[in-house]
Each structure stands twice: as C-alpha cells, then as structure tokens.
Design a protein around this ligand. Structure first.
Ligand SMILES: Nc1ncnc2c1ncn2[C@@H]1O[C@H](COP(=O)(O)OP(=O)(O)OP(=O)(O)O)[C@@H](O)[C@H]1O
Ligand SMILES: [Mg+2]
Length: 301
C-alpha cells in the first residue's frame, strides 16, 4: 500500500500538470522512495512521452477494458531507478465519463499498489471523476498559471470540490432538504444570498446544526495546495495572494501557495529531446524548483 498518494490537478489545459507530475516523480524516486507515476489523463495520455518511455505493452485502459486483471500488470520500468509508470493509453474516452463502479475499482487498485509514493497525473477540467481523486490523495497539488483564466478555473475547481464533499456528507442525514439547499447554492445568480460557503452553511444550520458542524470539520481538513507554474515576473508571483484571498473570501479556506515554478526554456529543450528535464538539465531553475516541491511533499505537507 502506498504511504503517500499525490494528486496533481489543474482545471485548465496546458498549465503544466504532466510536466510537473513526471519531474516530481523523478525527484521523489531520486530520494530513494519507491515511486509509481500513474497517467490518469485517459483522453490525452502523455506522461510516458515526457518521461521518455517509447513503448509499453499494457496501459490503464487495458485494465479498464479488462484485458488485464490487476493494475500492477500495467507497471512499466523507467530508466530512473525506483520509478515505475502506468501509462494512460488511448483506447477509451476521458476519465470524466468513467462509470462510478469502474472508478471505485480503479481507486481500489491504486490504493493497493506496492510502493512508497503514487503520483496521479489527472486531466484538465472539474469533472467529479477528477475531483474525487483529490479526496483519495494525502496531498492534492492544484496547478495553475498566473493567467486570470487559469486562476478563475482553479477557484471554480475548489468550489466544485467543496460541493462534492458537502453532497457526500449531506447524503447521510436529512438528504432531501440539504440537497435542495445545495442545488440552490450552486446557482449563485438566482440565489445571491447563498453565494459563499459560509452563507450556505448558516442556512443549512437551520436544518440540522450538529450535522453542519461535522461538515465544517470536513471542509476545514480540505487544504488546497497551489502550485503556480510558468511564472515570469515578480508581478506574477503576487498572483498567489490574489488566489488565496479569493478562496478565503468565498470558502473561508486557507489555501496555501506551496511553490511557484518559473517559465524555463529547459522544459522545452527537454521535450524536444523526449527526455525529462530533471535528467537533461537537473540544475535548471525549473528542476531546482521541482526538487524543492519534492522535499515539501515528502516532509512538510
Ligand atoms: N515551467 C515551464 N516552463 C516552460 N514550459 C513549460 C513549463 N511547464 C510546462 N511547460 C510546457 O507547457 C506545455 C503544457 O504542459 P503540460 O502538458 O505539462 O500541461 P498539462 O497541464 O498536463 O496539459 P493537459 O491539461 O493538456 O494535460 C508543454 O509544452 C510543456 O513543455
Ligand atoms: Mg497533462
């Protein structure tokens, strides 16, 4: 059973999720931890390309399609000691469309993988199937760039995650009344009086204060860790504050920006050579930042 599952999410496409997943996996493996990187971006699997893996026999979609019984059969050795990979494949559509039971089976197999750390590279978007993987992870890294569009999507992703968490919680008691209120809160334009999580919880307390107190505890344990990628200037660095304030205002959560990663040409050069940048240029600004991220994931968050 893996001791730590790290889920890399980011609702906007092309913000660097797979690049960070691949290189973080290498940095963690280099610290001596038995690591498995899993490409869960089934529609657009490319983690193997970034890691320089040219061919593979089985991938995750063979598991989903029942060509193989165990997820372990899809494990591929990489050239990095301690690092194995499960490719995403391209035979089935996006994970967003995966039926619930299939997802549960997949989660079950992921949580039985024999290693120290599992890294999950997820697809873009805020589908429940993506959000749910965040809940099985000990560490969720939410990748965004400093662009406003990316920040807004990241904020939307957190809202979706909290709504998902609340809908699971409220299914257990007075479900009908709570779900009705939750549906209203999702439509902020029609119900501005419920436009923050705090306002929703206050209204929900009128249904069952004790049950809402338990929900508050669950929300408080959900700490999104932001990784801001492709930061070019000092002004960009401040975007971390913007997102923290936005999240605080709406959700009352203390999101933390755990790292900013620079825009770095070494990433492009590595892609061109079809080798991960951690191997081609381990001392580039990007690689050094990734090592810091690995240290934080293993030691402080
Ligand atoms: N810090 C960086 N500096 C320069 N280029 C970067 C950096 N991070 C990522 N890139 C480049 O940005 C592009 C998108 O990266 P990547 O594929 O990792 O994003 P993604 O979030 O996984 O995308 P998708 O949502 O499509 O899965 C790639 O060409 C990658 O090389
Ligand atoms: Mg990707």
């Amino acid at each position: 059973m893996p001791k730590k599952v790290i889920a890399i999410v980011g609702p906007k496409g092309g913000v660097g999720k797979s690049t960070i997943s691949a290189n973080l996996a290498i940095a963690i493996a280099a610290s001596g931890k038995k690591t498995i990187a899993v490409d869960l971006d089934l529609g657009g699997a490319n983690l193997h390309v970034i890691l320089g893996v040219r061919s593979y026999e089985y991938s995750l979609d063979d598991f989903v399609l029942k060509h193989i019984k165990n997820l372990e059969s899809a494990l591929i050795e990489t050239e990095v000691p301690n690092l194995k990979l499960i490719c995403g494949g391209s035979k089935i559509p996006d994970i967003a469309n995966m039926p619930f039971q299939q997802k549960l089976k997949l989660i079950g197999h992921i949580s039985k993988l024999d290693c120290d750390v599992v890294i999950l590279d997820l697809s873009a978007g805020s589908a429940f199937n993506v959000v749910d993987f965040l809940f099985i992870a000990q560490i969720g890294l939410l990748v965004t760039t400093p662009e406003v569009t990316s920040l807004m999507k990241a904020y939307g992703f957190i809202k979706t995650a909290i709504f998902r968490l609340l809908s699971f919680h409220f299914k257990t008691k007075h479900a009908e009344k709570f779900m009705e209120l939750l549906d209203k809160a999702k439509d902020v334009d029609a119900n501005p009086d419920l436009n923050t999580i705090e306002k929703f919880l206050k209204a929900a307390e009128l249904i069952d204060a004790e049950h809402v107190a338990a929900a508050r505890e669950k929300i408080a344990r959900f700490t999104p860790n932001f990784v801001i990628n492709m930061v070019a200037s000092a002004r960009d660095v401040n975007t971390g504050m913007v997102i923290q304030n936005l999240v605080k205002q709406y959700t009352n959560l203390n999101a933390q920006v755990i790292l900013t990663l620079p825009t770095d040409e070494s990433v492009k050069r590595a892609l061109f050579k079809t080798k991960p940048v951690m191997l081609t240029e381990p001392m580039s600004p990007f690689s050094i930042a990734i090592k810091e991220l690995a240290y934080k994931c293993l030691n402080t968050i």
